[in-house]
Design a binder for this molecule. Structure first.
Ligand code: ZN
Ligand code: ZN
Length: 272
């Protein structure tokens, strides 16, 4: 099996470490990785979230995207023969503004090798709300807006399904990012009903296949105090594998020490 980390960040992420991306690669090489995908958060539409300090943390500026592409391609060249670097982005599904993301990546269609397609935003109180910021922000902006976790979960997976439909035509290797991000603050919020979760995940499986998407087997939740588990349940991972969906480990590293975090969990979960 190819030892591949398919979801990671760089100093272009404002909520991550300012460490050089080469530090992540050195750590990945030490751990024996064959392939390493940089998938940074691309720019967002101006005023996407009505919270100026948060906006500055969420993504790079529009004018930084060309230099990010050059930066990662430079690493790809300088690390050739040591580790295969692939050039990617973690593209947000932007409800009502998919045109923005389409235009953003169009000039890079032949340079991008991997796209993670993630749902981080839901309509909520006062406009678009980021669902993985803080438990207090989730409660105030999303939970109170929808009234119950049951409704929030429905809304989240409706958006995931819309994201799959949108992403189906993207002309590059692509994976659905952290399919259970909605569980990030599970221990700080009212419980999510397991049967609802299982039903929504089961519905997603054929849609993944139909849209030509792989699955980001994202282990970041293991490192989050209020979550304590990967953002993909083992049964769903096993089902997706049996269904022929490409399942790629992703540590979602925002600092070099996490370049291989949760790989042991992944190996066990896929039964290797
Ligand atoms: Zn991030
Ligand atoms: Zn993400």
């Amino acid at each position: 099996m190819l030892k591949w980390n398919g979801h990671t960040h760089t100093p272009y992420c404002r909520h991550g470490s300012p460490a050089d991306a080469a530090d992540y690669l050195e750590q990945a090489i030490r751990l024996g990785f064959d392939r390493y995908t940089f998938s940074e958060h691309p720019p967002l539409p101006q005023g996407w979230v009505d919270n100026e300090p948060l906006m500055r943390e969420l993504a790079m500026d529009l004018q930084e995207l060309p230099s990010y592409m050059d930066y990662v391609e430079g690493l790809k060249r300088s690390y050739a023969g040591k580790i295969e670097v692939t050039v990617g982005l973690e593209l947000d599904y932007l409800p009502g503004r998919t045109d923005f993301a389409d235009e953003l990546i169009a000039p890079y269609a032949d340079r991008l090798e991997d796209l993670l397609v993630s749902v981080h935003y839901l309509p909520g109180k006062g406009g678009m709300r980021c669902l993985d910021f803080t438990p207090a922000d989730f409660r105030e902006g999303i939970l109170e807006y929808y009234g119950s976790m049951e409704r929030v979960v429905e809304e989240y997976y409706d958006h995931v399904e819309q994201a799959l439909e949108w992403a189906a035509y993207l002309p590059v290797r692509k994976r659905l990012g952290h399919v259970q991000l909605i569980e990030k603050f599970r221990d700080a919020l009212p419980p999510i009903d397991d049967s609802q979760m299982n039903e929504r995940l089961t519905r997603i499986k054929p849609k993944l296949l139909a849209s030509g998407m792989g699955l980001d087997v994202n282990t970041a939740g293991l490192r989050v105090g209020t979550c304590g588990k990967a953002y993909v349940p083992v049964w769903f991972l096993q089902d997706c594998l049996a269904f022929g969906i490409e399942c790629v480990y992703g540590s979602d590293a925002h600092k070099p020490e996490d370049a291989g975090a949760g790989w042991d969990w992944f190996e066990k979960a896929i039964g290797q």
